[in-house]
Design a protein around this ligand. Structure first.
Ligand code: NAD
Ligand code: IPM
Ligand code: MN
Length: 359
């Protein structure tokens, strides 16, 4: 059965890492006999916006609903289009309209990469951030009053629904229950944010009753960020609201050496809508056009996509190839964020070759 994948490179380094993501997927498809059909789109990019005055064509939803998964690079080029316009007009719209309410973001210290945290080795950092992805602090409820006057007031409400919070908590508890350590940490701030966050804590406690085998703890977000740095080995599955999860899912990968390796899966677990797979990082205007972006975040996101599409062995083979190439630590292959002098393409090709030759 053919599985259709929409390819949306976006902006900046999104367009540079995407070919390497595809190269790895094609290598895995050859090795495992998968029938993947790719179709590329130029929308959801700032250049598309400059040409059309909008980020997406009017029929974007019908078009993308035809696909089994969306493979996405990165969006945003603030010098061309304000970020809130480009992101609310594309990525955040996909997450909400396709009800991708789980943003699953693994943080793993891979072999051959030096953590900026002294003495940390692979195995010491190996956890998932499960980020609520459709509501919370990313709400469109609010507005500006008395604009342009001294009485100006700006409000943006945090919106949490019982359905929305319970379903992401359930996903996180289910995930924790499958892990050897069976540990779940909740990111809260119920000491200061005294309406939504005590309620979040209550929902966590209510969900925990259904999972007596999962060991649950919680930290306020401020000390939690400190503990990511001081004690990354404490964490297994970390569940967080939209904004807290956003912050933790850059900090976690930074502790594993570089955000350039971090993948993510924006999942609609019920499969009513296509899920979206993208690196955690953005379009990196500071290095775009130089061919030096690390493609591993994109490639690993492709591995998560294959697992989601029912090909766990192919996903695992991609991850094994990433680990093997990193472990070789060849400075002519690794990109500068990994302290090498290789290029995006060189590292991407090394991983794809490895996927092909391991079979
Ligand atoms: P960023 O992730 O693009 O870059 C942050 C820093 O990390 C930069 O120094 C960059 O060079 C480095 N970096 C990122 N990815 C890398 C890679 N693969 N290899 C090597 N180094 C890498 O974050 P930013 O600078 O805050 O945002 C730039 C633009 O991207 C903005 O428009 C922002 O809104 C957007 N953005 C988009 C997404 C997304 O599409 N999912 C995510 C984050 C930011
Ligand atoms: C991410 C990004 C997005 C987010 C931005 C670009 C809107 O930072 O995917 O983590 O905040 O979710
Ligand atoms: Mn982010």
């Amino acid at each position: 059965m053919t599985q259709r994948i929409a390819v949306i490179p976006g902006d900046g380094i999104g367009t540079e890492v995407m070919p390497e993501g595809r190269r790895a997927l094609e290598a895995a498809a050859r090795r495992f006999g998968l029938d993947l059909a790719f179709e590329a789109f130029d929308f959801a990019s700032c250049d598309y916006y400059l040409e059309h005055g909008k980020m997406l064509p009017d029929d974007w939803k019908e078009t993308l609903l035809e696909f089994d998964a969306l493979f996405y690079g990165a969006i945003g080029w603030p010098d061309k289009v304000p970020d809130h316009v480009s992101l609310w007009g594309s990525l955040l719209k996909f997450r909400r309209e396709f009800d991708q309410y789980v943003n699953l973001r693994p943080c793993r210290l891979l072999p051959g990469i030096e953590s900026p945290l002294a003495g940390r080795r692979p195995g010491d950092i190996d956890f998932y951030v499960v980020r609520e992805n459709t509501e919370g602090e990313y709400s469109s409820v609010g507005g500006v009053m008395f604009e342009g006057t001294e009485r100006e007031v700006v409000i943006q409400e945090t919106v949490m629904t019982r359905t929305g919070v319970d379903r992401v908590l359930k996903y996180a508890f289910d995930l924790a229950a499958t892990r050897p350590r069976r540990k779940l940490t909740s990111a809260t701030k119920s000491n200061g944010i005294a309406i939504t966050m005590p309620w979040w804590d209550q929902r966590v406690a209510a969900m925990a009753e259904h999972y007596p085998d999962v060991d649950v703890d919680q930290f306020h977000i401020d000390i939690l960020t400190a503990n990511f740095v001081m004690h990354p080995d404490w964490f297994d599955v970390v569940v967080a609201s939209n904004l807290f999860g956003d912050i933790l899912s850059d900090l976690g990968p930074a502790c594993t050496g570089t955000i350039g390796v971090a993948p993510s899966a924006n999942i609609n677990p019920e499969g009513r809508f296509p899920s979206l797979f993208e690196p955690v990082h953005g379009s990196a205007p500071d290095i775009a056009g130089k061919g030096i972006a690390n493609p591993i975040g994109q490639i690993w996101s492709g591995a998560m996509m294959l697992e989601h599409l029912g090909h766990p062995e192919a996903g695992a083979a991609i991850l094994a190839a990433i680990e093997a190439v990193l472990a070789e630590a060849d400075p002519t292959v690794l990109t500068p964020d990994l302290k090498g002098r290789g290029t995006t393409e060189r590292l991407g090709r090394a991983i794809a070759e490895r996927i092909g030759s391991d079979g």
